[in-house]
Design a protein around this ligand. Structure first.
Ligand code: URA
Length: 235
């Protein structure tokens, strides 16, 4: 059934009606590959592929959002007291049954993936999922020389032994890749080699990289390519 373009774009939960119209006028929406600048033009989303900034908005049952979570915001979908990642989204998106795929501490920042695709969420957060996650950590001091080998071997953290992780140290700035997601895992791993994490930022989950253009608190919908690569990697 044909519908107004601004309604199609906004109803998919991506933008308010006003923002959808602005996006259409700005040439960010394509219908069947052609830019359409008329919010009142009518299309059948089941027949014509409609994209916003290159991401399909028609016939996509789920929404996949990457956010650059700022420090101080909870990576939860609701909290009685504190601001959550969902509070940073417009009502059109926030009213969807979104879940957070892999938590980040309140004082950590960076890549947060939100989706109403429960199956993908489960696959990402399952303890069996050993997909690499890349973090950047600012430390209070340079890690000891043997830290890389200790991370690689698997650190004994008392209640569990961490799986082998990769550490690339550049002075007090470290890049660490871990394949599990235990509570405070990265902070505890650095603690085990005598360092304190002062700042922690997640840069990657599996194939998905944080878009460097996103300022803290900003978000965007995954592109088709990002979404397909992510879904394929968890099949
Ligand atoms: N490791 C941590 O210590 N904190 C996070 O938020 C994520 C990984």
């Amino acid at each position: 059934m044909k519908e107004r373009l601004d309604r199609i774009v906004s109803r998919r939960g991506l933008l308010s009606r006003k923002d959808a119209s602005a996006a259409i006028r700005a040439g960010r929406v394509r219908c069947g590959g052609e830019i359409s600048r008329d919010p009142a033009a009518k299309f059948d989303p089941d027949v014509c592929e409609i994209t916003l900034d290159g991401a399909r908005v028609s016939n996509t049952p789920f929404v996949y959002i990457m956010m650059n979570k700022p420090c101080g915001v909870l990576s939860a979908t609701e909290d009685k007291k504190d601001k959550t990642a969902l509070d940073l989204l417009p009502p059109e998106l926030a009213r969807r049954p979104l879940g957070v795929c892999g938590r980040l501490d309140r004082d950590a920042s960076g890549l947060l993936l939100l989706t109403d695709d429960g199956e993908l969420n489960h696959k990402i957060t399952s303890p069996k999922s050993l997909k690499p996650k890349l973090y950047e950590a600012a430390l209070d001091k340079e890690p000891p020389e043997n830290a890389r080998a200790l991370f690689e071997r698997g650190l004994d953290l008392g209640d569990f032994t961490a799986l082998p992780a990769r550490l690339d140290a550049h002075g007090k700035t470290c890049f660490v890749t871990v394949c599990e997601g235990k509570f405070h895992q990265v902070k505890r791993m650095f603690r085990a080699v005598g360092c304190t994490v002062l700042e922690l930022k997640r840069l990657k989950i599996g194939s998905l990289s944080l878009d460097p253009a996103l300022a803290p608190g900003e978000y965007r919908v995954l592109t088709d390519a990002e979404r397909e690569e992510l879904l394929n990697s968890f099949r």
